[in-house]
Design a protein around this ligand. Structure first.
Ligand SMILES: N[C@@H](CCC(=O)N[C@@H](CS)C(=O)NCC(=O)O)C(=O)O
Length: 259
């Protein structure tokens, strides 16, 4: 593959039929990061079936984890660097563009790495059965077929069987409890903060960290897949006294999907 000759970063994201196309909680972390930092980029949309061949052609090393190649990924023509993984990308952007706001200050890196696992088990895993089942219908045909097959291998059942209607009330209860745990962590600060590192109840743009962006990624995933007016999104907005509605409202300023 010939590498594109442009100055802007190329950001690889997975398309869908939702408004604005962007839907994945993981790729949203990098989209939020690029928008927040104000770094010029353009999106290249990649179906699930093309991720491995694209990243191999860009020279990205396979991950030792069960899924070898994932998005988000970027290619930065200024440095000739290509990489995947939202945390790695955030660190690269901090180091390569030091005049932009920092997402992973060095003294927070250990905690922010650990927070990824904490957020995964407290909230992300609780959303998985519901959202995987709801996601498939929003993907384009090649991605839908790939996604169904891959998830059926992982879970040993069809994506529909992951979240049959009779199980959903209890799955939503688990999601609500998970967000409650996340809210309780933030509340230990005792100062009514919106963001993890402070900045007051209204949020403070200078305080945004990768960990906050990871939460915003989960919220925008739920909203994108179910829709702004859906009962599901309304439900999440009502959790924890409206904390998560306020949270995503604050991130709206970096939710541009036009590039
Ligand atoms: N930890 C990674 C996770 C990325 C990830 O799992 N991405 C999914 C899309 S949401 C993917 O590309 N999966 C590829 C596959 O299932 O083959 C990150 O944050 O970058």
């Amino acid at each position: 593959m010939t590498l594109p000759d442009t100055d802007s970063i190329i950001f690889y994201d997975i398309p869908s039929s939702v408004p604005g196309s962007a839907w994945s909680p993981n790729t949203w972390k990098t989209r939020f990061a690029l928008n927040y930092k104000g770094i010029p980029y353009r999106t290249e949309w990649v179906e699930y079936t093309e991720i491995a061949s694209l990243l191999t052609s860009l020279g990205v090393e396979a991950s030792p984890s069960p899924i070898s190649f994932t998005l988000p990924a970027i290619y930065d023509p200024r440095t000739g660097t290509a990489m995947m993984d939202s945390l790695k990308i955030a660190r690269y952007l901090d180091e390569t563009y030091p005049d932009t706001p920092v997402l992973l200050p060095p003294d927070t890196r250990v905690f922010q790495h650990a927070f990824q696992d904490a957020l995964l088990s407290a909230v992300h895993m609780k959303l998985i059965p519901l959202l995987i089942c709801a996601c498939v219908t929003k993907l384009n045909p090649p991605s839908e077929a790939y996604f169904r097959e891959a998830r059926e291998v992982t879970f040993g059942c069809t994506v529909e069987e992951l979240s049959p209607p009779e199980k959903r009330p209890e799955q939503w209860d688990a999601v609500e409890k998970g967000f409650g745990v996340l809210a309780s962590w933030v509340e230990t600060a005792g100062d009514d903060r919106l963001l993890l590192t402070g900045g007051g109840p209204a949020g403070d743009a200078s305080r945004v960290r990768h960990a906050d962006i990871s939460i915003a990624g989960l919220l925008i995933w739920v909203r994108a897949i179910y829709g702004e007016e859906s009962e599901e999104w309304r439900r999440v907005k009502s959790f924890d006294g409206g904390r998560w509605k306020r949270f995503l409202d604050f991130f709206e300023q970096w939710a541009d999907t036009s590039r």
